[in-house]
Design a protein around this ligand. Structure first.
Ligand SMILES: Cc1cc2nc3c(=O)[nH]c(=O)nc-3n(C[C@H](O)[C@H](O)[C@H](O)COP(=O)(O)O)c2cc1C
Length: 352
């Protein structure tokens, strides 16, 4: 039960948490400054609409979709929510310019460009079309460059995240970038599973947070029950980056749950290397053989439920997934944790 001093402290904590989120929430047009990170195969109409309807910011993962499919996905999402949501486009997509036009025609307010430096023509097209542009900044110098080129907000994603990752943890990226970037809102991502962590980054100057793993295991996520149950079973230490066997054959770092597939990938690299050394494969063919190993593997785990052979991308935050919960409950829980942490600090802050 609350004692008679707890209610004002909670009220004040809620007010302070809302104030800390104000910039990010205003930028997104939401109640929470929380983005649902785009996840290929997972972030489709149902999850995106659920996140936006619950007061967060859903983001459709375009992935390798052709323009017509993206157009249909956006329309289907708009049928499920009147709240703002975004679309994440991969910069390497051969039809990037067309995809940007699809988003603009559908009046998508926020476009996220992922997977590398946002190309100039795409940046200009988004800006000219009146949408807000969000990009991933892997270092301070790039953050500054992106802002100069017109990017409206940044995401800094630490190596704790699920999916394709950079080499630097969010703990370090946040220290390198947050104190120096005031011009645009900066959202933090990677390994976030609780509200206290969100609060900590907001206090460091972040505008908000982006979470993927926790939403992938939500009730509204269309991921196969095997996929969600694998998340519930897993600990942080089970979500590891892909391993590269030989520096001559680079492997794109992807964080996911270790399984038979990740072990087979090591054996596959060793066999491919042996064939290369024996002169049976040239370097290009060997590199392609390694790259093709994971083709279609995320779909196999998310849609078909093959969590042993498929790619089960997950962040270290997977250890904090303990149940399949509705998105609204996840968002409320994150807020309650942040507010409770603030409430316990409030009297000390007043006395200091
Ligand atoms: C299954 C899965 C698929 C993902 N696919 C993408 C993607 O297609 N594009 C992208 O920009 N990020 C992708 N991500 C990263 C998320 O958008 C988000 O930044 C990340 O999950 C944050 O870290 P967390 O999982 O610890 O919350 C993916 C993450 C997961 C777990």
């Amino acid at each position: 039960m609350l004692d008679n001093t707890a209610a004002p402290a909670l009220f004040e904590a809620e007010r302070r948490f809302a104030a800390l989120q104000a910039r990010g929430a205003a930028f997104l047009g939401t109640s929470y400054a929380i983005m649902g990170g785009a996840m290929s195969w997972v972030s489709e109409r149902n999850l995106v609409a659920a996140i936006s309807n619950a007061g967060g910011f859903g983001v459709i993962a375009c992935g390798a979709m052709p323009p017509a499919l993206l157009e249909a996905e956006i329309a289907a999402t708009q049928a499920l929510t009147t709240k703002p949501f975004g679309v994440n486009l991969i910069t390497m997509h051969p039809k990037l310019d067309e995809l940007v036009q699809v988003c603009l025609r559908a009046k998508v307010g926020h476009i996220v460009l992922a997977g590398g430096i946002p190309p100039g023509p795409a940046v200009r097209a988004v800006k000219d079309g009146g949408a807000k542009l969000i990009a991933f900044a892997p270092a301070l110098v790039l953050a500054r460059r992106f802002i100069k080129s017109g990017v409206d907000a940044l995401v800094i994603e630490g190596s704790e995240a699920g999916g394709h990752i950079g080499p630097v943890s969010l703990t370090v990226l946040a220290q390198e970038i947050l104190p120096h970037i005031r011009e645009v809102p900066v959202f933090v991502a990677g390994g976030i599973g609780r509200g206290e962590a969100i609060l900590g980054y907001l206090e460091m100057g972040a505008a908000g947070a982006q979470l993927g793993t926790r939403f992938a295991a939500s009730t509204e996520s269309i991921a196969h029950p095997n996929f969600k149950n694998a998340f519930i079973r897993a600990n942080a230490r089970d979500a590891l980056p892909s391993v590269q066997l030989d520096e001559r054959f680079p492997v794109i770092p992807v964080r996911g749950l270790v399984n038979a597939g990740t072990r087979k990938f090591l054996a596959h690299q060793a066999e491919t290397l042996a064939k290369f050394q024996a002169g049976e494969l040239d370097k290009t063919a060997a590199q392609l053989a390694i790259e093709h190993f994971w083709a279609g593997a995320l779909r196999r785990s998310v849609i078909e439920g093959d969590v042993e052979g498929g790619s089960v991308m997950a962040g270290q935050s997977v250890g904090m997934v303990t149940a399949i919960q509705p998105v609204a409950e996840i968002l409320e829980e994150l807020k309650a944790q942040a507010v409770a942490a603030l409430a316990t600090r409030a009297p000390r802050a007043e006395g200091s």
